[in-house]
Design a protein around this ligand. Structure first.
Ligand code: SAM
Ligand code: DTB
Ligand code: SF4
Length: 331
């Protein structure tokens, strides 16, 4: 075959003019459909134009308020609607949070992400979290929180406390969304994201795959993210962690290659965003994770726990980084 006649998988990638916000579902579906080698080549090409391909950002999570959540998210072990054995707690005290944050910093994390199982925080909750944010920042770490829906005023209050990132996921495509959550709408989520943006906080927004959705839903989810007025600075792609007692506890396992494809398409469509290989690494082989980094994932959560489920130990992650020649991204 004459190589000149082979269409280049990177031919359609914009070389100039910054990230595109006008992706169509057809274009995104076409990326998913590329032969795997072409997709990875395109993702690597985009990745290397925007990032050091051998550096990965490292974040650590802490659940500062666990369980008893009034929302009915079908994947979530913390929803009060599901019997998962997760005990509901009150907001953790500052000393505990700072002790954990220090340990995460000493283990190499540069961002500390605090999650609360709230539908939306009360104003007094935001005040308490604002104090935690300031204290963690004073330790020399970036901060991220995920507290559910926010009002405009609450977003501004968090911005004033110095919050770097707010995590609020779209989770899936608009059409599959109703199968997963009935207690709040897609539009509610977009509204919160708007408030966070408007307050000048960096947006961390992604979703979950492996919930029994179709590929067209993964296309729809990435389309929703990549056509936001500004791309989220951070895009967590979670592989569903199947938790017994949740409606998705018995979901069929997603093919890891399809997961890697999802990361690659996120990388291509949101070229300047950090794409996080997020939940689901506990049951993922080192080889799959290596493919995820090749596909352009450049952030992970380290630390033995995510919010309530298990994650690989930090030293295990550092050993994998060493095998792959990856360096943690310095602040
Ligand atoms: N309650 C807040 C909210 O939902 O916005 C913040 C915490 S919530 C646990 C944050 C995100 O974690 C969810 O949007 C979802 O994408 C992800 N998540 C929760 N349970 C998960 C699971 N079992 N597997 C993968 N991701 C999960
Ligand atoms: C995100 O997208 N993934 C993180 C973070 N944002 C808050 C949470 C994953 C949770 C996995 C299941 C658990 O441990 O609760
Ligand atoms: Fe609550 Fe967040 Fe879990 Fe949904 S994902 S049940 S909102 S903690």
């Amino acid at each position: 075959m004459n190589l000149q006649t082979v269409p280049s998988p990177t031919a359609a990638l914009p070389l100039h003019g910054g990230p595109r916000h006008d992706w169509t579902r057809e274009e995104i579906a076409a990326l998913f459909n590329l032969p795997f080698a072409d997709l990875i080549f395109a993702a690597q090409t985009v990745h290397r134009r925007n990032f050091d391909a051998n550096q990965v950002q490292v974040s650590t999570l802490l659940s500062i308020k666990t369980g008893g959540c009034p929302e009915d998210c079908a994947y979530c072990p913390q929803s009060a609607s599901h019997e998962t054995g997760v005990k509901a707690t009150k907001l953790l005290d500052k000393e505990t949070v700072l002790r954990e944050a220090r340990a995460a910093r000493d283990a190499g994390a540069t961002r500390y992400c605090m999650g609360a199982a709230w539908r939306s925080p009360k104003d007094k909750d935001v005040e308490a979290v604002a104090e935690l944010i300031t204290a963690v920042k004073d330790m020399g770490m970036e901060t991220c929180v995920t507290l559910g829906m926010l009002t405009d005023g609450q977003a501004h209050q968090l911005a004033e406390a110095g919050l770097d990132y707010y995590n609020h996921n779209l989770d899936t495509s608009p059409e599959f969304y109703g199968e997963i959550i009935t207690t709040r709408t897609y539009q509610d989520r977009l509204d919160t994201l708007g408030h966070v943006r408007e307050a000048g906080i960096n947006v961390c927004c992604g979703g979950i795959v492996g919930m029994g959705e179709q590929r067209s839903d993964r296309v729809g989810m990435l389309h929703a993210l990549a056509t936001l007025p500004k791309h989220p600075e951070s895009v967590p792609i979670n592989m569903l962690v199947k938790v017994e007692g949740t409606p998705l506890g018995g979901a069929e396992q997603l093919d890891p290659i399809e997961f890697v494809r999802t990361l690659a398409v996120a990388r291509i469509t949101m070229p300047e965003s950090f794409v996080r290989l997020s939940a689901g690494r506990e049951t993922m082989s080192d080889e799959t994770q290596a493919l995820c980094f090749l596909a352009g994932a450049n952030s992970i959560f380290t630390g033995a726990k995510l919010l309530v489920t298990k994650n690989p130990e930090a030293d295990q992650d550092m050993a994998l980084f060493a095998r792959l020649g990856i360096e943690p991204l310095p602040l």
